[in-house]
Structure formats: structure tokens, C-alpha cells
Design a protein around this ligand. Structure first.
Ligand code: NAP
Length: 339
């Protein structure tokens, strides 16, 4: 499988490449990335034939959208697919007065949650201006999950299913966006949204990976039935499935706990037997699911990106997947790539 292979994006007319470029790192998450490295990664992704890019107002308080737009805006607009998100408005403020964590040297904007109709319209237009693009192909309602909103989540979800839904449906009717959906860290929230509204797609972060497949129970089958596309972000679980169980490995944006470290070590032992790089398995596993057309990978350097592009294409024998299943490291019913 090549990163440039194209797949239909659910019920829409869009086609995405099986490998997508994730832009959370170029929002300077945890530590800064130079402008040249940011642009270099996007140009390398382009040269490799990658044509799907995912960004959000949240990433670096606008910095990721600015950088993504800078690198893409002179490309043929019909030659790539871009997703961004709504749910946070950015308001200029002095850097010294902003709590940027976990971002670093981000853009000088304060972030304010807003899932109302007017807030969604404003967020959408602000994003297009930061990107300097005239349309978004995909727009996700961002972070209406318990992971981000804690006990406020039920109220936030209700507001978004009304305000964001109405605004995004209108924008879709006006052809300013082609596909609308929800981008969160919990499949349960995606499922609740699809049960209430006719969304085209979802960005599920970290919840369908080599380390966890609970979304196979009900959510992914529902997406197949409704022909809703699911793209997976955080598919390395923020690092450990790319680096392996090394000291300091990250799981869900924090140091990996012991149980995750030992599970990854067991997966790595199977990888070693078959000479399969762990990240190759992590990426190829995800896009073997028929509802998932694309794996959105974050990278910090051109070297990381080039390795991921190579690993995406690494041949993996069928026996490798069978061993993961027989050792209880992968669900029996998980679809796996055909060699
Ligand atoms: N709610 C949402 O909608 C949501 C949530 C999460 C993610 N996303 C999207 O999905 C994208 C991907 O998620 P993510 O970037 O958060 O996490 P990820 O793809 O799971 O992990 C990215 C991190 O893995 C490490 N990595 C990647 N390739 C590597 C390699 N070849 N060698 C060593 N380390 C490597 C890097 O860590 P270091 O930086 O430590 O080197 C990189 O920053 C995001 O950029 C974003 O576009 C969306």
C-alpha cells in the first residue's frame, strides 16, 4: 500500500489519500518546530503524493492553520483535501497573558470555546482567512468529548448538536464545505452524534489503534451501515506506536503507563519475529478497516515523515497478524491487511 493510494471518503464525492498529514505537531505541541521544518515536511508530504491535510484552530492557537495555509495555498486547490475544525474562537491577546500549555511559542491568540451557530460561522470564516483558502473540504466539530470537557460534556454536546450542526449543514448546502463531522477522542461521542444527526464523517483520535479496538463493537459497524467515513488521528497513540516502548514513550499525550509499556513490548516481540517495524503495523492495521479511508499521522521532522512513508509500504506477512491475534494482542474480529 502506498501513501498516495486514493480512497473514497464515505458517501461524499471526496477522495483522500490513505496517508494524511496531521498538523498538530506544527502547532508546536510540547516543543517548537521551525518554520522551515514545518514547510519542509508539508512539501515532502506533497512530493510523496500525500493529498490530505488535517488542521484545527486549536493547534498552536492558530499557528498550525497559518503554517498549513502558507505551504498549501499556491497548490491547485482541487488537488488536495483539507480538513479543519470548529468549536474554538481565537482572540488576539498579549503572549504574556496566555496559558499556552501544551503548545509552545504559539500564535498570540486566546482560545474560547464556542459551539453556538454564530460561533461556528465565525470560526469557519476565521479558519479560511488564516489558511487563505476559499473553502474547507471537511469540517469537524472539535473536542466535544469527556476527555476535553469533563463534566460539562453533556451540555456542550447538546449545544453542538444544535448550533454547530445547523451552521455546518448550511455551509454544506452552500458548498463551502463538502463533508461535516465530529473530531474527538472517544468513539462513544461519535456514535451518539451519528445516532442524532446525519454526519458524513468522523475523526476518531487514538481509539482505533493496535492498542485498542473497542470501537469495533458498535461504532465502526454503524459507520459502515451509514456509509460515514472515519479517519483516525493519534494512531500512534501520540508516540508509543511509532517509537516503541522506549523510556519516555508517550501514550495519549502523557508518559506511557507500565501496562501499556509491557503490552507494546509484547507487540514488538512479534514484530521482531517477522522483521516488521512497529509503526508499519500501526499504520497499516488502521486502514485495513473498510470504514477507515485514511490514517492521519503527526510528525515532528522530515526524517520521521520519510520513515513513516516508507513503513506504510512495508510488506507484512499474513502470519504476523494471525500471531498477534493468537497471542491476545489484537481482537479476533479486527480486519487486517491482506498481504
Ligand atoms: N480531536 C481531534 O480531532 C484530534 C485529536 C488528535 C489528533 N488529531 C489529528 O491527528 C493527527 C495525528 O495525531 P497526533 O499528531 O496528535 O499523534 P500521533 O500521530 O499518534 O503521534 C505523533 C507523534 O508520534 C511521534 N512519531 C511519529 N512518527 C515517528 C517516527 N517515524 N519516529 C519516531 N517518532 C515518531 C512524534 O512524536 P514526537 O513529537 O514526540 O517526536 C509525533 O509527534 C494530528 O496531528 C491531528 O491532525 C485530531
Amino acid at each position: 500500500m502506498k501513501v498516495s493510494d486514493r480512497r473514497k471518503f464515505g458517501r461524499t464525492k471526496l477522495e483522500v489519500t490513505t496517508f494524511a498529514f496531521g498538523t498538530a505537531p506544527i502547532g508546536n505541541i510540547f516543543k517548537p518546530i521551525d518554520e522551515e521544518v514545518s514547510d519542509g515536511m508539508i512539501q515532502s508530504a506533497w512530493d510523496a503524493g500525500i493529498r490530505y491535510y488535517d488542521t484545527a484552530p486549536m493547534y498552536g492557537h492558530g499557528l498550525s492553520e497559518l503554517r498549513t495555509g502558507h505551504s498549501l495555498r499556491w497548490k491547485d486547490r482541487d488537488d488536495f483535501v483539507l480538513s479543519s475544525k470548529v468549536g474554538r474562537l481565537l482572540k488576539p491577546k498579549r503572549r504574556s497573558e496566555i496559558d499556552f500549555a501544551p503548545w509552545n511559542n504559539a500564535a498570540p491568540n486566546e482560545m474560547v470555546f464556542d459551539y453556538s451557530y454564530d460561533g461556528t460561522m465565525r470560526s469557519f470564516e476565521d479558519s479560511l482567512q488564516r489558511l487563505a483558502l476559499e473553502r474547507m473540504d471537511i469540517c469537524f466539530i472539535h473536542d466535544i468529548d469527556v476527555f476535553t470537557r469533563g463534566t460539562d460534556q453533556p451540555e456542550v454536546f447538546k449545544t453542538a448538536m444544535d448550533g454547530c450542526w445547523k451552521a455546518l449543514s448550511k455551509l454544506r448546502d452552500e458548498k463551502l464545505v463538502t463533508a461535516i463531522g465530529v473530531g474527538v477522542n472517544e468513539w462513544e461521542v461519535c456514535q451518539a452524534a451519528l445516532e442524532q444527526r446525519d454526519f458524513d464523517c468522523f475523526l476518531l483520535a487514538g481509539r482505533y489503534t493496535l492498542l485498542e479496538q473497542d470501537s469495533l463493537d458498535t461504532f465502526l459497524p454503524l459507520c459502515e451501515k451509514r456509509n460515514a467515513a472515519v479517519v483516525v488521528g493519534g494512531g500512534f497513540n501520540s508516540g508509543i506506536l511509532a517509537t516503541g516502548a522506549v523510556p519516555g514513550a508517550k501514550y495519549n499525550y502523557a508518559p506511557a503507563p507500565d501496562d501499556i509499556m509491557s503490552r507494546v513490548r509484547r507487540i514488538e516481540a512479534v514484530c521482531k519475529r517477522y522483521n516488521v517495524p512497529l509503526p508499519a503495523a500501526a499504520m497499516q492495521f488502521v486502514v485495513a478497516h473498510p470504514a477507515i479511508p485514511s490514517f492521519i499521522a503527526g510528525t515532528r521532522t522530515v526524517e520521521q515523515l520519510e520513515k513513516n512513508i516508507e513503513w506504510f509500504n512495508h510488506a507484512i506477512p499474513t502470519e504476523f497478524w494471525a500471531d498477534l491475534k493468537s497471542e491476545g494482542l489484537l481482537r479476533e474480529d479486527a480486519p487486517v491487511p491482506v498481504a
